[in-house]
Design a protein around this ligand. Structure first.
Ligand code: SF4
Ligand code: SF4
Length: 403
């Protein structure tokens, strides 16, 4: 679809810069997104690129909740910046991916639980992640060394001879459950605030009839396939220039499925332990080791690729203030996999305790930073996609949209 004329877009400009009724609580970043959405709503050239633009067309004004919703629908592919005739140096200075990125991190902070911890998103960085992983690993290494078991006779891969199973289960279980709880409360707060929820299905209608089940299935499918990293045309996103590429989608897939496979490996091992009384170490051909190894490969390839892309990307795409948070999370995923493989390969040697302590320190660093770092992106984005798939099944009150 060709862009609307400059005239139509310019007609929209006074409304967004002066006449737009912005809530007084909108921050400067939110106002910037609201301003750009007014321009985009008049232009609509990017309607087919992603879910942001069809969702935008259902609105005439962009209040705080709308801006938060749209910001989390955007996955920062950069396509609309490269396509935009009003991008800088044009006086409208439309840079949707950058404006959305700035608001996204703000939403994580606004809905964080406990709220006082929201500020940690600003501090989450590569050096913090590495220092935390290094510090925790060193602490565990020293603790094992003090017990005289750091370098030991081969223990046939029996981790629990170094750290008792119940100790690991309690310490890691408590931290992991806190991370899950904090993220769950945060995303529920976000869900309640986001405006389409108020348009959603009447309370008295059964779930299935209301179309929420198909909406949920579509959202799950969109998340599982990382549909919108295809750029709307299937050729992918922009990275450092105007060319489309699918590499970001591929690296995201390696990372997502690598993480899920590692999680599945841990879950299966837990079932083995408690349900069947089959205790680790498990052989190379066992399900937990196979799942963990496949997941580990994904968590080597995916994060390494994402880190490379992060360094190479056009700086206009994102918010440079968030590079540290992005890189810290990516680095932790990579390190968990690397130390996990080192542990697997050396578990029958005298160095098992050393690598176990290093690996556990790295895993604990990820768990501790999970609720206040880049991991929130996956949770909030999935919630926004579910909102979108629900909303697009509802009548469009404006009848102007591109659903
Ligand atoms: S990003 Fe630019 S080209 Fe795309 S809809 Fe907005 S104003 Fe139009
Ligand atoms: S950067 Fe990509 S995902 Fe975000 S609004 Fe633009 S086209 Fe959509």
């Amino acid at each position: 679809m060709p862009p609307r004329s400059d005239r139509a877009v310019m007609d929209a400009q006074p409304a967004c810069s002066g006449g737009l009724k912005l809530a007084t609580t909108l921050t400067a970043s939110e106002q910037d997104v609201a301003r750009m959405m007014q321009i985009c709503n008049a232009c609509r050239y990017c309607e087919g690129f992603c879910a942001v633009f069809p969702a935008m067309t259902r609105r005439l004004e962009f209040e705080k909740a709308d801006v938060h919703y749209l910001a989390n629908l955007c996955h920062n592919c950069g396509a609309c910046l490269h396509a935009c005739q009003y991008a800088p140096p044009h006086e409208f200075a439309v840079n949707v991916p950058q404006a959305m990125a700035k608001v996204r991190v703000q939403t994580y902070q606004d809905y964080a639980w406990p709220r006082a911890m929201g500020g940690l998103y600003r501090r989450a960085g590569l050096s913090v992640a590495l220092a935390l992983a290094g510090g925790l690993s060193l602490f565990l290494v020293l603790a094992v060394a003090m017990s005289g078991r750091l370098i030991h006779q081969p223990l046939a891969g029996n981790f629990y001879a170094i750290f008792p199973h119940n100790f690991l289960a309690v310490v890691f279980g408590v931290v992991f459950l806190f991370a899950v709880l904090a993220l769950a409360i945060g995303v529920v707060r976000f869900w309640r605030e986001v405006s389409p929820a108020r348009l959603a299905v009447p309370e008295d209608r059964p779930l299935i009839n209301a179309g929420r089940l198909p909406a949920a299935a579509e959202a799950v499918s969109d998340v599982a396939t990382l549909r919108y990293l295809g750029g709307g045309h299937g050729e992918g996103c922009n990275e450092e220039d105007d060319r489309f590429t699918l590499v970001r989608r591929r690296y995201h897939q390696f990372t997502l499925y690598g993480f899920l496979l590692c999680f599945a490996a841990t879950s299966v091992a837990t079932l083995y332990h408690y349900l069947f009384n089959w205790h680790a170490p498990y052989p190379w051909t066992s399900l937990p080791v196979i799942l963990g190894s496949l997941g580990g490969i994904g968590l080597l390839i995916g994060p390494a690729g994402l880190l490379l892309l992060n360094f190479r990307r056009d700086p206009q795409h994102g918010d440079s203030a968030q590079h540290g948070m992005d890189r810290g999370f990516i680095a932790l995923l990579f390190l968990i996999s690397a130390t996990g493989f080192a542990l697997l390969l050396l578990r029958d040697t005298r160095f098992m305790a050393l690598w176990l302590a290093i690996h556990l320190g790295t895993v604990m660093a990820l768990f501790l930073t999970m609720p206040y770092g880049k991991f929130a992106h996956g949770v909030f984005r999935s919630a926004a996609l579910l909102k979108y798939t629900i909303e697009k099944r509802l009548p469009n009150r404006l009848a102007s949209g591109g659903d």
